[in-house]
Design a protein around this ligand. Structure first.
Ligand code: PEP
Length: 247
């Protein structure tokens, strides 16, 4: 039985002051270990959020990091720095990082390898553009992204990794993939993992859906066989997140 994961991606939202106020309202209500609840927050908020959730079952995640250990990389943060602040998850390859900050599949692959070697759980994002979907290139694009992401990743680490299928046209747009569309791609991703590794690993790995999940559509999406939870953007900075956790 795969444990469900509900991960919030705060993106570049929430000052430390706002985070304290928000968490006061939601922490008790999302504090469960029946599902893995993860808050991925801006790096400057990490110590503040850690301080608030440290005695709960809620896990702490980062939105990004750099794969080098330390050195002249102005503006970047390392895996060691995250771990020192009790971070255990990190989002890698989000479409906003790929598109706005020009992260390449090579960089994403290096980040994944570094994360697993440091015992950070990567939440690896993949997803197609609207144009690719219309041209029926969704599956070939996902195949390339997954194969690139897992290049050189030792099989002993794979079951701990998490994949988030996030169609770009559904992120922050209010348009969601239907539960069946999401399930089709998530089951395809599971098959890709089976081909890259083996059946056992493909049945253990958690695959999430992300893209305009809200309190009204979460239950149906999460009911699908190959969808093990969600990566939640906009709704994770609202009290709606409580309903999504309960969905
Ligand atoms: C995201 O950015 O990971 C995301 C899923 O955003 P939203 O829920 O706002 O579409």
């Amino acid at each position: 039985m795969r444990k469900r994961v509900i991960a919030g991606n705060w993106k570049m939202n929430m000052t430390g002051t706002e985070a304290k106020k928000f968490l006061k309202k939601i922490v008790e209500k999302i504090n469960t270990d029946k599902k893995e609840i993860v808050l991925c927050v801006p790096s400057i908020d990490i110590p503040i959020v850690n301080n608030i959730i440290k005695n709960t079952k809620i896990k702490l995640g980062a939105e990004n990091f750099y794969f080098e250990n330390r050195g002249a990389y102005t503006g970047e943060i390392s895996a060691e720095m995250l771990i020192d602040q009790k971070v255990s998850y990190v989002i890698i390859g989000h479409s906003e990082r790929r598109q706005i900050f020009k992260e390449t599949s090579k960089m994403i692959n290096k980040k994944i390898i570094k994360a697993v070697e440091e015992n950070l759980i990567p939440i690896i994002c993949c997803g197609e553009t609207l144009k690719q979907r219309e041209k029926k290139e969704t599956l070939s694009h996902i195949k390339k992204q997954i194969e690139d992401a897992y290049k050189g990743v030792d099989e002993k680490y794979v079951k701990k990794t998490i994949i988030a299928y996030e169609p770009i046209w559904a992120i922050g747009t209010g348009k969601t993939a239907t539960a069946d569309e999401a399930e089709d791609v998530c089951s395809y991703i599971r098959k890709l993992i089976k081909n890259l590794y083996d059946e056992k690993i493909s049945q253990e790995i958690r695959i999430l859906y992300g893209g305009s999940v809200n309190k009204n559509n979460a239950k149906e999406i999460f009911s699908k066989e190959n969808i093990d939870g969600g990566l939640i953007g906009g709704a994770s900075i609202k009290e709606d997140f409580i309903d999504i956790v309960k969905a």
